[in-house]
Design a protein around this ligand. Structure first.
Ligand SMILES: [Zn+2]
Length: 284
């Protein structure tokens, strides 16, 4: 690269190890040295709190590090998957913080994005065009065959100031984003085995019955409860779902249910899980 970024150490890109990891293996190929002078030293990064890395003001006039600039800077995106992935950039309307996805670490680097890179993409970085269903597929791939740790998994969403935590144990994957959660793989594998036997309507019905019969319904009469129990028996018999399978299902609306429904392509509003704006980390 001509702007000196190739000599820029990732450790100076951000004080947060997860953002550094993203920057080192993927972000730097979508980064360019900001045109403006850095803000004076002593100002903390509004995302990672760093005082000792170069910081620039973003569009909201907040001081942020280069790793975060890589996520929030607006630039050009490819119009379709047919447009070749070549170095370009230039002004545009797209940034990483709206419906892009990353699984990035020293052992595997995958970025699902339409953004045009600022530097040649190395062989170790896979860039997939973010067409319909691509993020859902990438989430499912992550769940079924995660790379060796360490890595960061990020579902980039509108507000990009969330922490990026590193996964150190692939059986518990931290899925970073606004609705950050931990993917408990043994549990989700078991849930997926049950839901895969069902069609979309039956899967949703089963999750709703799970919640209602587990105390989520305010039954006015015994008849109402009996009706749900009969509906469940019919569903179970028609789909060979055992009572133990049923008890294992997460309640609808829970992070676990949202993740599995979306990963299976059964969500009523695809991407609904991404709309969640929780700041904390739940298990999903
Ligand atoms: Zn930072």
């Amino acid at each position: 690269m001509s702007d000196g970024l190739d000599r820029y150490p990732a450790a100076d890109a951000c004080a947060e190890p997860g953002r550094q990891m993203f920057f080192a293996h993927a972000g730097r190929f979508f980064a360019r040295w900001p045109r403006f002078a850095p803000v004076p030293k002593g100002t903390p990064c509004s995302v990672c709190g760093a005082l000792d890395v170069p910081l620039w003001l973003n569009d909201s006039k907040l001081a942020v590090c280069l790793a975060q600039q890589t996520i929030t800077r607006k630039r050009r995106a490819r119009a379709s998957a047919a447009e070749p992935l070549v170095v370009g950039g230039g002004p545009g309307k797209t940034n990483l913080s709206g419906g892009h996805f990353a699984v990035v670490g020293p052992n595997r680097a995958l970025l699902v994005t339409n953004l045009v890179p600022d530097a040649a993409i190395p062989p170790g970085l896979e860039v997939r065009y973010g067409g319909p269903g691509s993020i859902m597929k990438a989430k499912m791939d992550l769940l079924l065959s995660p790379p060796p740790a360490p890595f960061v998994a990020v579902a980039f969403q509108k507000s990009a100031g969330h922490p990026i935590r590193i996964t150190t144990d692939p059986s518990r994957i931290v899925l970073n984003g606004n609705g950050a959660c931990v993917l408990d793989r043994p549990y989700l594998d078991a849930v997926l085995r049950v839901l895969r036997r069902l069609d979309a309507k039956a899967a949703r019905d089963m999750l709703h019955l799970r919640q209602r019969l587990a105390g989520g319904a305010d039954y006015k009469t015994d008849k109402e409860r009996e009706r749900d129990q009969e509906a469940l028996l019919r569903l179970r018999a028609g789909n060979a779902v055992t009572a133990a399978d049923f008890r294992r299902l997460p309640p609808p609306g829970s992070p676990e249910a949202r993740f599995v429904l979306e990963a299976l392509g059964l969500a009523e509003t695809p991407g609904a899980a991404d709309a969640n704006d929780n700041e904390g980390t739940t298990t999903c």
